[in-house]
Design a protein around this ligand. Sequence first.
Ligand code: RUG
Length: 831
Amino acid sequence: VEASIPEPQRAAWTKHEFSGFQNKEEFEREVVRHVETTLARSIYNCDESAAYSASSLAFRDRLVQGWNKTQQRQTFTDSKRIYYLSLEFLMGRALDNAMLNLGAKEVAKEGLAELGFRIEDIVGQEHDAALGNGGLGRLAACFLDSMATLNYPAWGYGLRYRYGIFKQEIIDGYQVEVPDYWLDFNPWEFPRHDVTVDIQFYGQVRKSQDENGKTVAIWEGGETVTAVAYDVPTPGYDTPSTNNLRLWSSKAASGEFDFQKFNSGDYESSVADQQRAETISAVLYPNDNLDRGKELRIKQQYFWVAASLYDIVRRFKKSKRSWNEFPDQVAIQLNDTHPTLAIVELQRILIDVEGLEWDEAWNIVTSTFGYTNHTVLPEALEKWPVGLIQHLLPRHLQIIYDINLFFLQSVEKRFPEDRDILRRVSIIEESQPKMVRMAYLAVVGSHKVNGVAELHSDLIQTTIFKDFVTIFGEDKFTNVTNGITPRRWLHQANPRLSELIASKTGGYEFLKDLTLLNKLELFVDDKTFRKEWAEIKFANKVRLAKYIKSTLNVNVNPAALFDVQVKRIHEYKRQQLNIFGVIHRYLTLKAMSPEERKKQQPRVSIFGGKAAPGYWMAKQIIHLINNVGGVVNQDPDIGDLLKVIFLEDYNVSKAEMIIPASDLSEHISTAGTEASGTSNMKFVLNGGLIIGTCDGANIEITREIGQENIFLFGTLSEDVEDLRHMHTYGEHPIDPNLAKVFDAIQGGMFGEPNDFNAMISAVRDHGDYYLVSDDFQSYIDTHKMVDTEYQNQEEWISKCIRSVARMGFFSSDRCINEYAEGIWNIEPLAV
Ligand code: RUG
């Protein structure tokens, strides 16, 4: 149905257009109006939570204006759009971000003050939107910010989980998971009850003839679940562009609520159908870098990609263009293999619904998709049992088999001598049971495949996708090193540092062109500048120290060196190496005379991060950290020389407080395991130095900032395999200092020793897969260097300033421009 307002009536509409608020009075008026009307509260009943709600609604009104215009502009210009498919968007808080991106934070601050509130308290009321596990989901959120800021016509597509990543509580040193119900009040989404798609599961496929006598596949029967769209406006910085993030929520299809059953008194089972449908979008799987192969997970994946593709195809069809123009109008980026079924679904739509021939359809499909790989860890590479897909998506399995057949035929033709290659590259793994290799399907169905840092992109080409490089050629494979948005990770998280930088680089332009940071090099030797820089870092540390006191009741000295490792807990990220190093430090301090101790650099070791609920070893690591803290923090011999802190429930908003307060942060994965890492970039951008291995983006950070400004240690990725081989087949003596640490743990210094047997024997008896012992000595030596260098504060600060000045490369704006040019072939839209 044509729903647009006829031309003669449009003037009446435009005359009433809401013009936003330009000053604090107008902002106040909007807040008061929302408190009194939308929230139905009054001056006598307005707490911080109501003030937060009303402020958000006031800003939302402004966002919506830009959003409507952006959508209209995209439609009228009929420009090519990029669709970013990600099962995770770790957005964090929206109000602060909206205020800054719209350039109205000052207005809001003054307005709220007049109304009797402190802006920090109001912003702090917001519940994080935590629809992600870690780096992968936060990257997607940074990309949305950059795509809007750079005026690219872009849409994000994801799932609207009722429960985001669980809330972590620490009880008696153990992680306990609590559900995160975040939707109580969410002013940042718009339900679109009129935008729904029915998604089919199960059923069977039969062959039939169409009117031209052509054989066609008919997929019928099974069950239907409805996808409902929820739209989240995502504003760019200093631009009217506001893009859309569309999240799908599942509900029972209208026919599914079985009135027959209901009327016959079987109320329970009719409600059960409804609940089963809603389960699809109920919860985010809390695993990072791990594939668990659960049926509900693949249901989520198909539900989300099928709804998104229906939407994308519907929008394309409105333009009445021919199908071969599809890739000129549509680019779809697959964030990891999670959306790989989109490749199969588009092929199905083109051949089964639109009647295209296989080859023509397949050309369109492969020209449309790009695939980003984020890991080489074998346990994270998705595989699905053939039988499961057969049952759930019978037509898709047929198409996967056909894709594989045609692909293998072409390989066989080109490499007739190499019989083994077919087994190696087949999308179907001939195992028991047979499995669909999603990464291979993603490679075969995309025109570009990228890794997320140089080392990682090299590794995927020489290991997991080696044969595919031979088959498709090198040009199909590329690198786009990750980046972060400086708006959230500098301006929002560290406003005073952002202001200081602005005062030296000619205003806030650097937030749009991060390479302008290089102007800071001119001020490295400027004493006053260095002093201001140091004061800001100290203030950020004081704030964190207060938070530690208020949550853990531990006093930490803000003058001590703050050494931070915050990220998901994972053996490959090696928090165990860090805590073993901390224990070694403790033992060393204990063995010193009081005089010697006085000469040591005081430290606070800060940890934070969630363990996947089923990841037992990761939970043991958290337990050990807490137990070590329990002993060290009480020890009168040690005092301020060492404190060990585990911050509960690490998330985006906590990161915004922790990162600006770090002097040193740890990025110490076993070489070759961390694809990129992005918190390494955030820490350096906030004036902290890093200790790290030659892994992921650490390598490029070193190249940009200079190796004199980073503390690198440990095995190189090219040596890892040989070492592992030696551990398995040769001698593997444990590093003597590490052995002392193990003795202390097993002697009961940190509680029941048996609790930590598995952690120790992974290193001592089971091959030390993550090379903790091999890297231990160089790790503690490097920490000694850190201590020495930290004593010379003037030089330390100079290093920090120089590093920040050289971080321009790591903006997600650079990254998005590289995707746009090299993969999506898409231009920004003039505003
Ligand atoms: O572990 C990687 C990080 O190294 C990387 O920085 C981030 C964004 O590219 O993605 C993380 N990742 C990888 N999260 N999940 C996976 C595998 O599915």
